[in-house]
Design a protein around this ligand. Structure first.
Ligand code: CTP
Length: 424
């Protein structure tokens, strides 16, 4: 029996794929099709697939040509598969000509002529692009704009304060202006992705979320960390019970880059520590322990009381069976790590944890420790844009940051702004 293997993404399956599979099958008696996983595709730069891995696998299965379907998850897997399945022929389309000659050592390599005039990229490109405009701080906006170039299906469009000519807007203005800016955008019928917090008061945040819902628009917090693969996996591992019950979540986010002690720096134009870092630091706490805590306590050091500018803030949360702390600073430096303490072990994410591609699970016996590595492109902003575009397209809120988390972030910041804290 001659075994043939071929690999592909098979996004929005088209006749080019079907013709390739038919010819691949005809090369032998048994055809194995490797469908690339979403994570592996990310590492190959394909980050805006229209279909999930399961949908793509189902589509390949439905054609009925493949005898077996496997998932391709890592670099170098092809050699492992060829050995494992005792493959005789490896084949792909001629767009890969020469790229897989190294497999000749393990089996025969055949390049089949690619079908002219059709590709998944073209099908994706034909769809109308989502036009996104940006308003606010130059640094954040230009980063967002740059990352948009890596995502197909979206395009940058200049927009004035009236948000003309765009479908959606990224808002990175001063947090004090978020409520008004988001409201205006929603009232004009635009989808919104806003730097967190969406509003400085929980009532306002809920009002905006309701307004978006009533108008059938997407409103989401832009917290890039939520979209990084390592961070998403870490949540799954923590919730799976691998480290036992979660007893404590401790996150630290600090930066000194704004030089807040410099006399020439106008602090009123800068975000204070709790607004700049609080949402990111609170994210793993609320995602792992929920938003139903018993009490919260804020301890802060204010460096300009006229504008309530904090240099260092620690927020403690007490849950029924766990505790958590978020420590944030723009006028102090500490190790920016995330530690999730469990009854059997802990998860450690080294600094800067909010843009990590790596984490570890550590146990009493170091021999049981496990390290996890993932790809992180564009600090997660790229994936954030992909998720936002998908939400807009499907009309469904994204599941990365839910509404109760957005509201809880605003609630904590409101508590701080109403001076409900202990000052040191
Ligand atoms: N293929 C083909 N003819 C086409 C398109 C794809 O023979 N017109 C082959 C590819 O050479 C590959 C397999 O189908 O062996 C799966 O390709 P895949 O990369 O999933 O599809 P593309 O349409 O090329 O996707 P993209 O545009 O995203 O690169």
């Amino acid at each position: 029996m001659i075994k043939v293997i071929t690999y592909g993404t098979y996004d929005m399956l088209h006749y080019g794929h079907i013709r390739l599979l038919e010819r691949a099958k005809a090369l032998g008696d048994y055809l194995i099709v490797g469908v690339t996983s979403d994570d592996y595709d990310k590492t190959r730069g394909k980050i805006n697939l229209q279909q999930s891995l399961m949908e793509r696998v189902e589509a390949v299965k439905a054609i009925g040509i493949a005898d077996e379907i496997i998932v391709e998850e890592y670099e170098g897997q092809k050699i492992d598969d060829i050995r494992r399945y005792q493959v005789d022929i490896f084949t792909v389309g001629s767009d890969w000509e020469g790229k897989f000659d190294y497999l000749n050592e393990y089996c025969k390599v055949v390049y089949l002529p690619r079908t002219e005039g059709v590709s998944s990229s073209e099908i994706r490109a034909e769809k109308r692009k989502l036009k996104i405009g940006t308003i606010g701080g130059k640094g954040l906006c230009s980063k967002f704009k740059r990352e948009m170039q890596f995502v197909n299906g979206v395009e940058y469009q200049e927009c004035g304060n009236d948000f003309k000519n765009v479908d959606a807007v990224y808002i990175a203005t001063h947090p004090e202006r978020h409520y008004a800016d988001v409201k205006r955008a929603l009232e004009l019928g635009k989808h919104v992705i806003c730097e967190s917090p969406i509003a400085l008061k929980v009532g306002e945040c809920r009002e905006l979320l309701n307004l978006a819902h009533e108008k059938g628009l997407i409103l989401t917090d832009a917290i890039k960390t939520a979209y990084s693969t390592a961070y998403s996996r870490l949540l799954v591992v923590a919730k799976s019970g691998r480290i036992g019950d979660i007893i404590s979540v401790d996150s630290v986010c600090t930066s000194l880059s704004d030089n807040v002690y410099d006399e020439n720096v106008d602090l009123s134009r800068k975000q204070n520590s709790i607004c700049a870092w609080g949402p990111t630091a609170m994210l793993p706490i609320f995602q792992l322990l929920g938003t139903e805590y018993r009490s919260s306590n804020i301890i802060t050091q204010i460096i300009d009381s006229n504008i309530n500018f904090d240099g260092y803030t620690k927020i403690d949360f007490v849950y029924d069976k766990a505790v958590a702390s978020a420590r944030v600073a723009k006028a102090a430096k500490a190790e920016g790590e995330l530690v999730i303490t469990g009854t059997k072990g802990y998860i450690y994410v080294p600094a800067p944890w909010w843009k990590t591609d790596y984490f570890e699970i550590r146990f009493e016996n170091p021999a049981d420790n496990k390290r996890y590595f993932y790809q992180l492109d564009g600090e997660g902003i790229r994936y954030e844009i992909v998720a936002f575009a998908k939400s807009v397209e499907s009309g469904r809120d994204n599941f990365y940051i839910n509404n109760s988390i957005s509201s809880e972030i605003s609630k904590t910041i409101e508590k701080y702004n109403s001076n409900d804290y202990i000052e040191i």
